[in-house]
Design a protein around this ligand. Structure first.
Ligand code: HEC
Length: 137
């Protein structure tokens, strides 16, 4: 085999390994479009989100390999209403929708701030076309 062919074979093997690795665990991230303006409440929520949620849920809820994107149809208000957000922060979440593991409770977030975080997520969702859809499951 020529030197060049050996090299191409290595690239092909590497590409194959990488594609199977990502198939075994496919972290999903989204390109989040930010609204031009957030309401004052949502701006506070954005700061709190950055500090408390973004490590797993990504900047502006775009997702990371430790947690799902929240700017995602799964979390439209018809499927995960505001209550689901409060419950997640108060009690944590058992892994059920995704392969990332459990979400630990975020009890450092007081109810008033939780409300602002949800407001932030909803405003960004709306900008990205994620709106109420009735839950049929
Ligand atoms: C240590 C990582 C981590 C942190 C920090 C974290 N989450 Fe999560 N969160 C997760 C994971 C993982 C899931 C997905 C669980 C599943 O459905 O499999 C999740 C799921 C959720 C859900 C969906 C709940 C449901 O009913 O399915 C909401 C809402 C949520 N997170 C909001 C937040 C908010 C708001 C914060 C910040 C206050 C936050 N999370 C911080 C990891 C995290």
């Amino acid at each position: 085999m020529s030197q060049k062919n050996k090299c191409l074979t290595k690239i092909a093997v590497l590409a194959f390994v990488m594609s199977t690795a990502s198939a075994a665990f496919s972290a999903e991230t989204v390109n989040v479009k930010m609204p031009k303006e957030l309401t004052a409440q949502a701006q506070w929520g954005a700061m709190a989100f950055d500090t408390n949620c973004a490590a797993c849920h990504g900047k502006n809820g775009s997702g990371t390999d430790s947690g799902p994107p929240l700017i995602h149809d799964t979390y439209n208000p018809g499927h995960h209403g505001d209550e689901a957000f409060y419950r997640a922060m108060n009690s944590g979440v058992q892994q059920h929708h995704w392969p990332y593991g459990n979400m630990p409770a975020q009890t450092q977030i007081k109810p008033d701030l939780a409300k602002k975080i949800v407001k932030f997520v909803r405003e960004v969702q709306q900008e990205n076309g994620i709106v109420f859809k009735p839950h049929r499951m």
